[in-house]
Design a protein around this ligand. Structure first.
Ligand code: NAD
Length: 498
Protein backbone atom coordinates (compact mmCIF):
# COMPACT_ATOMS: atom_id res chain seq x y z
CA UNK A 1 0.00 0.00 0.00
CA UNK A 2 1.43 3.40 -0.91
CA UNK A 3 1.99 5.87 1.90
CA UNK A 4 -0.55 8.33 0.49
CA UNK A 5 -3.28 5.75 0.22
CA UNK A 6 -2.44 4.38 3.66
CA UNK A 7 -2.54 7.89 5.08
CA UNK A 8 -5.98 8.51 3.63
CA UNK A 9 -7.51 5.40 5.12
CA UNK A 10 -5.60 5.38 8.41
CA UNK A 11 -7.80 6.40 11.29
CA UNK A 12 -7.64 10.00 12.53
CA UNK A 13 -6.62 10.06 16.18
CA UNK A 14 -9.43 11.49 18.35
CA UNK A 15 -9.09 14.09 21.07
CA UNK A 16 -10.14 13.62 24.67
CA UNK A 17 -11.95 16.70 25.95
CA UNK A 18 -14.20 17.03 28.99
CA UNK A 19 -14.37 13.24 29.37
CA UNK A 20 -15.48 12.65 25.75
CA UNK A 21 -13.77 11.46 22.61
CA UNK A 22 -14.12 13.96 19.77
CA UNK A 23 -12.93 14.41 16.23
CA UNK A 24 -10.60 17.32 15.59
CA UNK A 25 -11.46 20.43 13.59
CA UNK A 26 -8.01 20.13 12.01
CA UNK A 27 -7.44 20.33 8.28
CA UNK A 28 -3.83 19.15 8.32
CA UNK A 29 -2.71 15.66 9.33
CA UNK A 30 0.59 13.98 10.08
CA UNK A 31 1.16 10.25 9.66
CA UNK A 32 1.83 7.96 12.62
CA UNK A 33 4.07 5.07 11.60
CA UNK A 34 4.91 1.66 12.82
CA UNK A 35 8.66 2.45 12.64
CA UNK A 36 9.53 -1.24 12.31
CA UNK A 37 7.69 -1.58 9.00
CA UNK A 38 7.21 1.97 7.81
CA UNK A 39 3.46 1.35 7.60
CA UNK A 40 1.10 4.26 8.37
CA UNK A 41 -1.11 3.23 11.30
CA UNK A 42 -2.98 6.47 12.09
CA UNK A 43 -2.99 10.15 11.35
CA UNK A 44 -2.63 12.94 13.86
CA UNK A 45 -4.64 16.15 13.46
CA UNK A 46 -2.15 19.04 13.46
CA UNK A 47 -3.83 22.45 13.46
CA UNK A 48 -6.94 22.24 15.64
CA UNK A 49 -6.84 25.58 17.43
CA UNK A 50 -10.59 25.37 18.04
CA UNK A 51 -9.97 22.00 19.75
CA UNK A 52 -7.49 23.69 22.02
CA UNK A 53 -10.07 26.28 23.06
CA UNK A 54 -12.53 23.52 23.93
CA UNK A 55 -9.93 21.59 25.91
CA UNK A 56 -8.84 24.60 27.96
CA UNK A 57 -12.49 25.50 28.58
CA UNK A 58 -13.22 21.94 29.79
CA UNK A 59 -10.17 22.03 32.08
CA UNK A 60 -11.17 25.46 33.39
CA UNK A 61 -14.71 24.22 34.10
CA UNK A 62 -13.43 21.19 36.01
CA UNK A 63 -10.95 23.18 38.10
CA UNK A 64 -13.16 24.59 40.93
CA UNK A 65 -14.59 21.21 41.97
CA UNK A 66 -11.35 19.28 41.48
CA UNK A 67 -9.21 21.81 43.35
CA UNK A 68 -11.66 21.68 46.28
CA UNK A 69 -11.71 17.88 46.33
CA UNK A 70 -9.81 16.84 49.47
CA UNK A 71 -6.26 15.74 48.70
CA UNK A 72 -6.91 12.34 50.29
CA UNK A 73 -9.83 11.74 47.89
CA UNK A 74 -7.72 12.79 44.92
CA UNK A 75 -5.08 10.36 46.13
CA UNK A 76 -7.63 7.55 46.27
CA UNK A 77 -8.57 8.15 42.64
CA UNK A 78 -4.88 8.12 41.71
CA UNK A 79 -4.44 4.80 43.54
CA UNK A 80 -7.28 3.41 41.39
CA UNK A 81 -5.60 4.81 38.24
CA UNK A 82 -2.36 3.15 39.27
CA UNK A 83 -4.15 -0.18 39.74
CA UNK A 84 -5.78 0.09 36.31
CA UNK A 85 -2.48 0.95 34.62
CA UNK A 86 -0.87 -2.09 36.24
CA UNK A 87 -3.69 -4.27 34.87
CA UNK A 88 -3.06 -2.85 31.39
CA UNK A 89 0.72 -2.80 31.69
CA UNK A 90 1.25 -5.25 28.85
CA UNK A 91 -1.09 -3.75 26.28
CA UNK A 92 0.26 -0.25 27.02
CA UNK A 93 3.81 -1.55 26.53
CA UNK A 94 2.89 -3.22 23.22
CA UNK A 95 1.22 -0.03 22.00
CA UNK A 96 4.48 1.82 22.67
CA UNK A 97 6.40 -0.83 20.66
CA UNK A 98 3.95 -0.34 17.80
CA UNK A 99 4.03 3.44 17.50
CA UNK A 100 7.51 4.22 18.83
CA UNK A 101 9.51 1.18 17.71
CA UNK A 102 11.34 0.52 20.98
CA UNK A 103 11.74 -3.06 22.21
CA UNK A 104 9.19 -4.63 24.55
CA UNK A 105 11.64 -4.51 27.44
CA UNK A 106 12.30 -0.81 26.79
CA UNK A 107 8.57 -0.14 26.49
CA UNK A 108 7.98 -1.85 29.83
CA UNK A 109 10.64 0.43 31.32
CA UNK A 110 8.84 3.43 29.81
CA UNK A 111 5.56 2.46 31.52
CA UNK A 112 7.27 1.48 34.78
CA UNK A 113 9.02 4.83 35.11
CA UNK A 114 5.72 6.63 34.48
CA UNK A 115 4.02 4.45 37.09
CA UNK A 116 6.68 5.43 39.61
CA UNK A 117 5.72 9.08 39.22
CA UNK A 118 2.06 8.15 39.64
CA UNK A 119 2.97 6.24 42.81
CA UNK A 120 4.83 9.31 44.09
CA UNK A 121 1.76 11.42 43.29
CA UNK A 122 -0.40 9.05 45.39
CA UNK A 123 1.43 10.50 48.43
CA UNK A 124 -0.13 13.88 47.73
CA UNK A 125 -1.75 14.49 51.15
CA UNK A 126 1.69 14.22 52.69
CA UNK A 127 3.49 16.09 49.89
CA UNK A 128 1.15 19.08 50.09
CA UNK A 129 1.61 19.63 53.80
CA UNK A 130 2.82 23.13 54.60
CA UNK A 131 4.79 24.63 57.46
CA UNK A 132 3.55 26.28 60.61
CA UNK A 133 4.89 28.36 63.47
CA UNK A 134 2.63 29.25 66.38
CA UNK A 135 3.43 32.55 68.09
CA UNK A 136 5.55 33.96 65.27
CA UNK A 137 4.76 37.20 67.11
CA UNK A 138 2.60 37.84 70.09
CA UNK A 139 -0.82 36.22 69.55
CA UNK A 140 0.13 35.60 65.92
CA UNK A 141 0.23 32.12 64.32
CA UNK A 142 1.68 31.52 60.89
CA UNK A 143 1.17 28.65 58.47
CA UNK A 144 1.57 27.91 54.77
CA UNK A 145 -0.71 26.15 52.32
CA UNK A 146 0.17 24.83 48.88
CA UNK A 147 -2.62 25.66 46.44
CA UNK A 148 -3.03 24.57 42.81
CA UNK A 149 -2.52 27.02 39.95
CA UNK A 150 -5.43 26.24 37.61
CA UNK A 151 -5.17 24.82 34.09
CA UNK A 152 -1.71 23.41 33.36
CA UNK A 153 -0.43 22.23 29.98
CA UNK A 154 2.09 19.55 29.03
CA UNK A 155 3.85 19.20 25.66
CA UNK A 156 5.82 16.00 25.19
CA UNK A 157 8.31 14.36 22.77
CA UNK A 158 8.08 11.05 20.90
CA UNK A 159 10.77 9.10 22.69
CA UNK A 160 8.96 8.16 25.93
CA UNK A 161 5.26 8.03 25.03
CA UNK A 162 4.17 7.01 28.56
CA UNK A 163 6.90 8.18 30.92
CA UNK A 164 7.29 11.82 29.87
CA UNK A 165 3.54 12.66 29.92
CA UNK A 166 3.47 10.97 33.33
CA UNK A 167 6.33 13.14 34.60
CA UNK A 168 3.73 15.88 34.32
CA UNK A 169 0.03 15.23 34.59
CA UNK A 170 -0.14 12.86 37.62
CA UNK A 171 1.68 15.46 39.76
CA UNK A 172 -0.27 18.37 38.34
CA UNK A 173 -3.68 16.79 38.95
CA UNK A 174 -2.65 15.37 42.34
CA UNK A 175 -1.95 18.98 43.37
CA UNK A 176 -5.52 19.92 42.36
CA UNK A 177 -4.84 21.40 38.91
CA UNK A 178 -6.55 20.37 35.71
CA UNK A 179 -4.48 19.46 32.68
CA UNK A 180 -4.27 19.68 28.88
CA UNK A 181 -1.75 17.26 27.39
CA UNK A 182 -0.38 17.77 23.87
CA UNK A 183 1.66 14.62 23.10
CA UNK A 184 4.06 14.22 20.19
CA UNK A 185 2.22 13.87 16.89
CA UNK A 186 4.45 10.85 16.24
CA UNK A 187 3.11 8.84 19.20
CA UNK A 188 -0.44 10.02 19.94
CA UNK A 189 -1.93 6.59 20.67
CA UNK A 190 -0.26 5.92 24.03
CA UNK A 191 -1.37 9.31 25.39
CA UNK A 192 -4.96 8.59 24.37
CA UNK A 193 -4.78 5.16 26.00
CA UNK A 194 -3.47 6.69 29.24
CA UNK A 195 -6.34 9.20 29.25
CA UNK A 196 -8.87 6.40 28.71
CA UNK A 197 -7.42 4.37 31.59
CA UNK A 198 -7.49 7.37 33.93
CA UNK A 199 -11.09 8.11 33.01
CA UNK A 200 -12.14 4.48 33.55
CA UNK A 201 -10.57 4.68 37.01
CA UNK A 202 -12.87 7.48 38.10
CA UNK A 203 -10.99 10.67 37.23
CA UNK A 204 -13.72 13.32 36.83
CA UNK A 205 -14.35 14.69 33.35
CA UNK A 206 -12.28 17.67 32.31
CA UNK A 207 -9.49 17.03 34.81
CA UNK A 208 -7.26 15.46 32.13
CA UNK A 209 -7.71 16.42 28.47
CA UNK A 210 -5.67 15.42 25.43
CA UNK A 211 -5.34 17.56 22.31
CA UNK A 212 -3.22 16.74 19.31
CA UNK A 213 -1.25 18.95 16.98
CA UNK A 214 2.02 20.63 16.13
CA UNK A 215 3.57 24.09 16.37
CA UNK A 216 0.29 26.02 16.07
CA UNK A 217 -1.34 24.14 18.94
CA UNK A 218 1.80 24.35 21.11
CA UNK A 219 2.03 28.11 20.59
CA UNK A 220 -1.70 28.41 21.27
CA UNK A 221 -1.14 26.74 24.66
CA UNK A 222 1.82 29.02 25.44
CA UNK A 223 -0.29 32.11 24.71
CA UNK A 224 -3.61 31.00 26.18
CA UNK A 225 -4.70 33.37 28.96
CA UNK A 226 -6.29 30.57 30.99
CA UNK A 227 -3.24 28.31 30.97
CA UNK A 228 -1.25 29.01 34.12
CA UNK A 229 1.76 26.73 33.69
CA UNK A 230 3.49 24.96 30.82
CA UNK A 231 5.67 21.86 31.10
CA UNK A 232 7.65 21.06 27.96
CA UNK A 233 10.05 18.26 27.04
CA UNK A 234 11.65 18.05 23.59
CA UNK A 235 14.55 19.39 21.53
CA UNK A 236 16.53 22.43 22.69
CA UNK A 237 15.40 24.86 19.97
CA UNK A 238 11.74 24.25 20.68
CA UNK A 239 12.33 24.12 24.47
CA UNK A 240 13.90 27.59 24.34
CA UNK A 241 11.11 28.98 22.15
CA UNK A 242 8.38 27.52 24.40
CA UNK A 243 10.12 28.95 27.47
CA UNK A 244 10.35 32.42 25.90
CA UNK A 245 6.82 32.48 24.55
CA UNK A 246 5.08 31.09 27.63
CA UNK A 247 7.03 33.26 30.11
CA UNK A 248 6.26 36.31 27.93
CA UNK A 249 2.62 35.40 28.44
CA UNK A 250 3.03 35.29 32.20
CA UNK A 251 3.18 31.53 32.73
CA UNK A 252 5.26 29.36 34.93
CA UNK A 253 7.44 27.22 32.67
CA UNK A 254 9.65 24.18 33.03
CA UNK A 255 11.17 23.36 29.66
CA UNK A 256 13.54 20.44 29.17
CA UNK A 257 15.64 20.28 26.00
CA UNK A 258 18.13 18.09 24.19
CA UNK A 259 21.42 16.64 25.33
CA UNK A 260 24.86 15.35 24.46
CA UNK A 261 25.85 12.96 27.20
CA UNK A 262 29.33 11.63 27.88
CA UNK A 263 30.45 8.18 29.00
CA UNK A 264 33.97 8.55 30.37
CA UNK A 265 36.05 5.41 30.93
CA UNK A 266 39.25 5.31 32.99
CA UNK A 267 41.77 2.48 32.50
CA UNK A 268 40.84 0.93 35.87
CA UNK A 269 37.15 0.42 34.91
CA UNK A 270 35.69 -3.05 35.46
CA UNK A 271 35.21 -3.95 31.82
CA UNK A 272 32.27 -6.36 31.57
CA UNK A 273 29.70 -4.22 33.42
CA UNK A 274 31.15 -1.09 31.81
CA UNK A 275 30.64 -2.39 28.27
CA UNK A 276 27.10 -3.57 29.11
CA UNK A 277 26.38 -0.08 30.47
CA UNK A 278 27.89 1.65 27.40
CA UNK A 279 25.81 -0.52 25.06
CA UNK A 280 22.60 0.11 27.01
CA UNK A 281 23.25 3.82 27.16
CA UNK A 282 24.33 4.40 23.54
CA UNK A 283 22.03 1.96 21.75
CA UNK A 284 19.09 1.43 24.12
CA UNK A 285 15.93 2.87 22.51
CA UNK A 286 18.07 3.11 19.33
CA UNK A 287 19.97 6.01 20.93
CA UNK A 288 16.78 8.06 21.22
CA UNK A 289 16.94 8.89 24.92
CA UNK A 290 17.72 12.31 26.30
CA UNK A 291 20.08 10.48 28.67
CA UNK A 292 21.71 8.39 25.91
CA UNK A 293 25.50 8.38 26.03
CA UNK A 294 26.68 9.56 22.63
CA UNK A 295 30.30 10.49 23.36
CA UNK A 296 32.49 7.69 24.66
CA UNK A 297 35.69 9.10 26.19
CA UNK A 298 38.45 6.59 26.75
CA UNK A 299 41.14 8.19 28.88
CA UNK A 300 44.68 7.08 27.95
CA UNK A 301 44.90 3.33 27.39
CA UNK A 302 41.16 2.89 28.12
CA UNK A 303 40.35 4.15 24.60
CA UNK A 304 41.67 1.11 22.68
CA UNK A 305 40.08 -1.37 25.04
CA UNK A 306 36.76 0.50 25.02
CA UNK A 307 36.84 0.57 21.22
CA UNK A 308 37.50 -3.15 20.75
CA UNK A 309 35.05 -4.36 23.38
CA UNK A 310 32.26 -1.99 22.33
CA UNK A 311 32.75 -2.85 18.68
CA UNK A 312 32.43 -6.58 19.44
CA UNK A 313 29.20 -5.96 21.35
CA UNK A 314 27.88 -3.78 18.49
CA UNK A 315 28.49 -6.58 16.00
CA UNK A 316 26.36 -8.88 18.18
CA UNK A 317 23.41 -6.45 18.36
CA UNK A 318 20.43 -7.59 16.25
CA UNK A 319 17.91 -5.25 14.63
CA UNK A 320 14.33 -6.43 14.42
CA UNK A 321 10.65 -5.58 14.06
CA UNK A 322 9.73 -4.67 17.64
CA UNK A 323 6.00 -4.69 16.91
CA UNK A 324 6.19 -8.47 16.27
CA UNK A 325 9.21 -9.82 18.04
CA UNK A 326 10.07 -9.70 21.72
CA UNK A 327 13.69 -10.82 21.27
CA UNK A 328 16.43 -8.66 22.73
CA UNK A 329 18.24 -6.28 20.38
CA UNK A 330 17.62 -2.87 18.92
CA UNK A 331 14.58 -1.38 17.21
CA UNK A 332 14.29 1.27 14.49
CA UNK A 333 14.43 5.06 14.84
CA UNK A 334 11.14 6.93 14.87
CA UNK A 335 10.62 7.78 11.20
CA UNK A 336 12.11 8.14 7.74
CA UNK A 337 13.11 11.73 8.42
CA UNK A 338 15.18 10.68 11.44
CA UNK A 339 16.76 7.79 9.53
CA UNK A 340 17.68 9.96 6.52
CA UNK A 341 19.06 12.69 8.80
CA UNK A 342 21.29 10.14 10.57
CA UNK A 343 22.40 8.57 7.27
CA UNK A 344 23.25 12.09 6.06
CA UNK A 345 25.38 12.89 9.14
CA UNK A 346 27.23 9.55 8.92
CA UNK A 347 27.95 10.10 5.22
CA UNK A 348 29.04 13.72 5.55
CA UNK A 349 31.22 13.12 8.61
CA UNK A 350 32.88 10.12 6.96
CA UNK A 351 33.57 12.14 3.78
CA UNK A 352 34.94 15.02 5.85
CA UNK A 353 37.71 12.78 7.18
CA UNK A 354 35.88 11.24 10.15
CA UNK A 355 37.20 7.83 11.24
CA UNK A 356 34.08 5.69 10.62
CA UNK A 357 34.75 2.33 12.28
CA UNK A 358 31.28 0.82 12.01
CA UNK A 359 28.74 2.09 9.49
CA UNK A 360 25.10 1.78 10.54
CA UNK A 361 23.89 2.37 6.99
CA UNK A 362 24.94 -1.19 6.12
CA UNK A 363 23.34 -4.53 7.01
CA UNK A 364 19.96 -3.18 8.03
CA UNK A 365 16.47 -4.66 7.39
CA UNK A 366 14.96 -3.68 4.04
CA UNK A 367 11.80 -2.15 5.42
CA UNK A 368 11.26 0.07 8.43
CA UNK A 369 13.35 2.98 9.68
CA UNK A 370 16.46 1.16 10.80
CA UNK A 371 19.90 2.58 11.47
CA UNK A 372 22.54 0.12 12.63
CA UNK A 373 24.88 0.80 15.55
CA UNK A 374 27.54 3.22 14.31
CA UNK A 375 30.96 4.08 15.72
CA UNK A 376 33.34 6.91 14.87
CA UNK A 377 36.82 6.93 16.44
CA UNK A 378 39.17 9.79 17.37
CA UNK A 379 36.43 12.41 17.44
CA UNK A 380 37.71 15.77 18.69
CA UNK A 381 35.73 18.50 20.49
CA UNK A 382 35.36 20.83 17.49
CA UNK A 383 33.62 18.14 15.37
CA UNK A 384 29.87 18.18 14.81
CA UNK A 385 29.82 14.56 16.05
CA UNK A 386 31.06 15.83 19.40
CA UNK A 387 28.93 18.93 19.69
CA UNK A 388 25.55 18.18 18.16
CA UNK A 389 22.79 15.98 19.55
CA UNK A 390 22.21 13.29 16.90
CA UNK A 391 19.48 11.32 18.71
CA UNK A 392 20.22 7.97 17.13
CA UNK A 393 22.53 4.95 17.50
CA UNK A 394 25.73 6.83 16.63
CA UNK A 395 28.57 6.72 19.15
CA UNK A 396 31.68 8.90 18.94
CA UNK A 397 34.87 7.76 20.63
CA UNK A 398 37.07 10.61 21.89
CA UNK A 399 40.56 10.12 23.26
CA UNK A 400 41.52 12.63 25.98
CA UNK A 401 44.93 12.08 27.56
CA UNK A 402 43.79 12.63 31.14
CA UNK A 403 40.77 13.10 33.37
CA UNK A 404 41.60 16.83 33.38
CA UNK A 405 41.49 17.03 29.60
CA UNK A 406 38.29 14.97 29.51
CA UNK A 407 36.61 17.39 31.93
CA UNK A 408 37.78 20.40 29.89
CA UNK A 409 36.28 18.92 26.72
CA UNK A 410 33.09 17.84 28.45
CA UNK A 411 32.49 21.14 30.20
CA UNK A 412 32.66 23.02 26.88
CA UNK A 413 29.46 21.34 25.71
CA UNK A 414 26.46 23.67 25.70
CA UNK A 415 24.18 20.97 27.10
CA UNK A 416 24.10 19.86 30.72
CA UNK A 417 21.93 16.78 31.00
CA UNK A 418 24.16 13.89 32.00
CA UNK A 419 27.67 12.45 32.24
CA UNK A 420 29.00 9.19 33.61
CA UNK A 421 32.40 7.96 34.76
CA UNK A 422 33.47 4.31 34.85
CA UNK A 423 36.28 3.67 37.32
CA UNK A 424 37.25 1.53 40.32
CA UNK A 425 38.66 4.58 42.10
CA UNK A 426 36.52 6.57 44.52
CA UNK A 427 38.80 9.61 44.40
CA UNK A 428 38.59 9.89 40.61
CA UNK A 429 34.82 9.40 40.73
CA UNK A 430 34.45 12.09 43.36
CA UNK A 431 36.66 14.53 41.46
CA UNK A 432 34.58 13.92 38.32
CA UNK A 433 31.26 14.37 40.14
CA UNK A 434 32.44 17.63 41.72
CA UNK A 435 33.85 19.21 38.56
CA UNK A 436 31.46 18.08 35.85
CA UNK A 437 29.05 20.82 34.68
CA UNK A 438 25.81 18.94 34.30
CA UNK A 439 22.82 18.04 36.40
CA UNK A 440 22.69 14.22 36.30
CA UNK A 441 25.91 12.38 37.12
CA UNK A 442 26.57 8.64 36.89
CA UNK A 443 29.30 6.70 38.62
CA UNK A 444 29.51 3.26 37.02
CA UNK A 445 25.92 3.82 35.84
CA UNK A 446 25.32 4.00 32.08
CA UNK A 447 22.11 6.03 32.29
CA UNK A 448 21.88 8.28 35.38
CA UNK A 449 18.13 8.17 34.88
CA UNK A 450 15.57 10.43 36.49
CA UNK A 451 13.92 8.82 39.50
CA UNK A 452 10.39 9.82 40.48
CA UNK A 453 11.23 11.06 43.97
CA UNK A 454 14.14 13.24 42.78
CA UNK A 455 14.09 16.11 40.29
CA UNK A 456 15.42 15.51 36.78
CA UNK A 457 18.10 18.14 37.10
CA UNK A 458 19.17 19.12 33.55
CA UNK A 459 21.46 22.17 33.30
CA UNK A 460 22.59 24.51 30.52
CA UNK A 461 20.80 24.17 27.18
CA UNK A 462 19.15 20.99 28.46
CA UNK A 463 16.77 22.94 30.69
CA UNK A 464 15.07 26.33 30.73
CA UNK A 465 13.29 27.33 33.91
CA UNK A 466 13.76 27.05 37.66
CA UNK A 467 11.77 24.13 39.01
CA UNK A 468 12.49 20.83 37.30
CA UNK A 469 10.10 17.97 36.59
CA UNK A 470 9.48 15.27 39.21
CA UNK A 471 10.13 15.00 42.94
CA UNK A 472 9.40 17.88 45.29
CA UNK A 473 10.40 20.37 42.58
CA UNK A 474 7.46 19.03 40.56
CA UNK A 475 5.10 19.61 43.49
CA UNK A 476 6.49 23.13 43.95
CA UNK A 477 6.07 23.81 40.22
CA UNK A 478 2.39 22.86 40.22
CA UNK A 479 1.46 24.78 43.39
CA UNK A 480 1.77 28.25 44.83
CA UNK A 481 2.10 28.99 48.50
CA UNK A 482 -0.23 30.97 50.63
CA UNK A 483 0.96 32.23 54.01
CA UNK A 484 -1.85 32.56 56.52
CA UNK A 485 -1.29 34.70 59.60
CA UNK A 486 -3.98 34.56 62.27
CA UNK A 487 -4.62 36.43 65.45
CA UNK A 488 -7.50 35.78 67.83
CA UNK A 489 -8.60 37.73 70.83
CA UNK A 490 -7.20 35.84 73.83
CA UNK A 491 -9.64 37.62 76.16
CA UNK A 492 -12.69 36.64 74.10
CA UNK A 493 -13.80 33.83 76.41
CA UNK A 494 -13.36 35.97 79.54
CA UNK A 495 -15.42 38.75 77.89
CA UNK A 496 -18.15 36.22 77.11
CA UNK A 497 -18.09 35.11 80.74
CA UNK A 498 -17.21 31.48 79.68
P1 NAD B 1 10.57 17.97 19.34
O1 NAD B 1 11.17 19.18 19.95
O2 NAD B 1 10.58 17.83 17.87
O3 NAD B 1 9.02 17.83 19.77
C1 NAD B 1 8.62 17.94 21.11
C2 NAD B 1 7.21 18.51 21.16
O4 NAD B 1 7.23 19.82 20.60
C3 NAD B 1 6.21 17.71 20.35
O5 NAD B 1 5.01 17.64 21.04
C4 NAD B 1 6.08 18.50 19.06
O6 NAD B 1 4.80 18.39 18.48
C5 NAD B 1 6.34 19.93 19.51
N1 NAD B 1 7.00 20.73 18.49
C6 NAD B 1 7.85 20.33 17.52
N2 NAD B 1 8.29 21.37 16.80
C7 NAD B 1 7.71 22.47 17.33
C8 NAD B 1 7.79 23.87 17.02
N3 NAD B 1 8.53 24.34 16.03
N4 NAD B 1 7.07 24.72 17.78
C9 NAD B 1 6.31 24.28 18.80
N5 NAD B 1 6.20 22.96 19.11
C10 NAD B 1 6.89 22.07 18.39
O7 NAD B 1 11.27 16.71 20.05
P2 NAD B 1 11.14 15.17 19.66
O8 NAD B 1 11.86 14.93 18.38
O9 NAD B 1 9.73 14.73 19.79
O10 NAD B 1 11.95 14.51 20.87
C11 NAD B 1 13.33 14.38 20.88
C12 NAD B 1 14.00 15.50 21.65
O11 NAD B 1 13.49 15.57 22.98
C13 NAD B 1 15.50 15.28 21.82
O12 NAD B 1 16.15 16.50 21.61
C14 NAD B 1 15.64 14.82 23.25
O13 NAD B 1 16.91 15.04 23.83
C15 NAD B 1 14.58 15.61 23.92
N6 NAD B 1 14.18 15.03 25.17
C16 NAD B 1 14.58 15.68 26.31
C17 NAD B 1 14.27 15.14 27.55
C18 NAD B 1 14.71 15.84 28.79
O14 NAD B 1 14.22 15.51 29.85
N7 NAD B 1 15.63 16.78 28.73
C19 NAD B 1 13.51 13.96 27.63
C20 NAD B 1 13.09 13.34 26.44
C21 NAD B 1 13.44 13.90 25.22
Amino acid sequence: MSTNRALRIAEVVPLFIGGEWRQSSSTVFSPVHNPSTGEVIAQTPMNGLADLEMAVAAAQKAFPAWSRTPAARRAKILFDCRQRLREHFDDLSRLICLENGKTLEEARGDVTRGLEVLEFACNIPHLLKGESLPEIAEQLDSLTWREPLGVCAGITPFNFPAMVPMWMFPLAIACGNTFVLKPSEKVPLTANRLAALFQESGLPEGVLNVVHGGQEVVEGLCRHPQVRAVSFVGSTGVARRVYQLATEHGKRVQSAGGAKNVLLVLPDAEWDPTVRAIMGSAFGCAGQRCMAGSILMGVGTAADEARERTLAAMEALRLYDTSQNAAAGMGPVIDGVARDRLFGVIGREASAGGNLVRDGRRGIPERGFFVGPTLFDSVTPERLLFRQELFGPVLSLARPASLDEALTWLNQLPYGNGATIFTSNGGAAREFARRVQCGMVGINVGVPAPMAIFPFAGWGESFFGDLHVQGMEGICFYTRQKVVLSRWDKDYMRKQGW
